[in-house]
Design a protein around this ligand. Structure first.
Ligand code: CP
Length: 311
């Protein structure tokens, strides 16, 4: 049984195949309209979500399958004290594939030990968000046509921003990638990401607190929000909440083919007038999330032997 819990659970070749499948789905939507007929996706969301949960659900519906699940812990028996393991053991009796978001790091992995069907990590605490990374990779591929020879600026809350952690792990596997890490010192990338990925792979990176200093170098600017829900105190959050605000003025020195990305939700870190800049791709990015999740559902169900030729 193969689950998808971390970006590196997929080889580079398998990611290429997923991107190719998503690209084919985009071009030939009707061909895939019944691929998951008779199959059920369970979305177990113990933490709030708009894009991830709804794009997973839209993905399964557009593949001809159906969806069950819950969108908050309080509407499940977790509120009565049921463990993640027991919940997933039960749900894997009712569904063919599970997407789980949980505030605790590692919860989807624990779930995978108890599940009889593939489990997908839809975000675990401040740790990782691998399907967002697949979304980001599809966006980079569609915008740049390559995964190498890129200078990628990651800006905002790089400490708690799980999408950044997963994206660094993924991009470390390509050549000629330079990371520009833009954050307040207190919100810099965790040490394990630096030692186990950036240093271990000999990746070039610089750290700065000033986005203006590095803007002209960037091929991709990946903005993130300050993750209010992960701070230990409101005062700490308030100290950093306006650390970076991208506006049209700051973009004046950027490359004409810069790609501006954001996993969303946005709070105030990108002003809304930037939305009209043709380099802003964050809403396309959210749409790409549906297509890559369609590709992931098909792939994991195929690996589990759940999609026959007749399906
Ligand atoms: N990008 C993302 O994970 O958004 P949601 O929290 O709305 O799912």
């Amino acid at each position: 049984m193969r689950h998808f819990l971390d970006t590196t659970d997929l080889t580079v070749k398998e990611i290429d195949e997923l991107i190719a499948l998503a690209t084919d789905i985009i071009a030939n939507k009707k061909k895939y309209a019944h691929v998951c007929s008779g199959k059920k996706l369970a979305t177990l969301f113990f933490e709030p979500s708009t894009r991830t949960r709804l794009s997973f659900e839209a993905a399964m519906l557009e593949l001809g399958g159906s969806v069950i699940g819950f969108s908050e812990a309080n509407s499940s028996s977790a509120s009565k004290g049921e463990s993640v393991g027991d919940t997933v053991k039960m749900v894997s009796c009712y569904a063919d594939i599970i997407a789980m978001r949980h505030p605790l790091e590692g919860a989807p992995r624990v779930a995978s030990y108890k599940s009889d069907v593939p489990v997908i990590n839809a975000g675990d605490g401040g740790h990782s968000h691998p399907t967002q990374t697949l979304t980001d990779l599809l966006t980079i591929y569609r915008e740049k046509g390559r995964f190498n020879n890129l200078t990628i600026g990651l800006c905002g809350d790089l400490k708690f921003g799980r999408t950044v952690h997963s994206l660094i792990k993924a991009m470390c596997r390509y050549s000629d990638i330079k990371f520009v890490l833009i954050s307040p010192k207190e919100l810099s990338v965790p040490d394990y990401i630096k030692t186990d990925y950036l240093d271990e792979r000999g990746m070039g990176y610089i750290e700065t607190e000033k986005i203006e200093n590095v803007m002209p170098q960037l091929d991709i600017l990946y903005m993130t929000r300050i993750q209010r829900e992960r701070f230990f105190s409101e005062d700490e959050y308030l100290k950093h909440k306006d650390a970076f605000i991208l506006d049209t003025d700051k973009l004046k020195t950027a490359k004409s083919d810069l790609t501006i990305m954001h996993p969303l939700p946005r709070v105030n870190e990108i002003t809304t007038d930037v939305d009209d800049d043709p380099r802003a791709k964050y809403f396309e990015q959210a749409l790409n999330g549906k297509y890559i999740r369609m590709a992931l559902i098909i792939t994991l169900l195929n690996w589990a032997g759940g999609l026959s030729d007749e399906d």
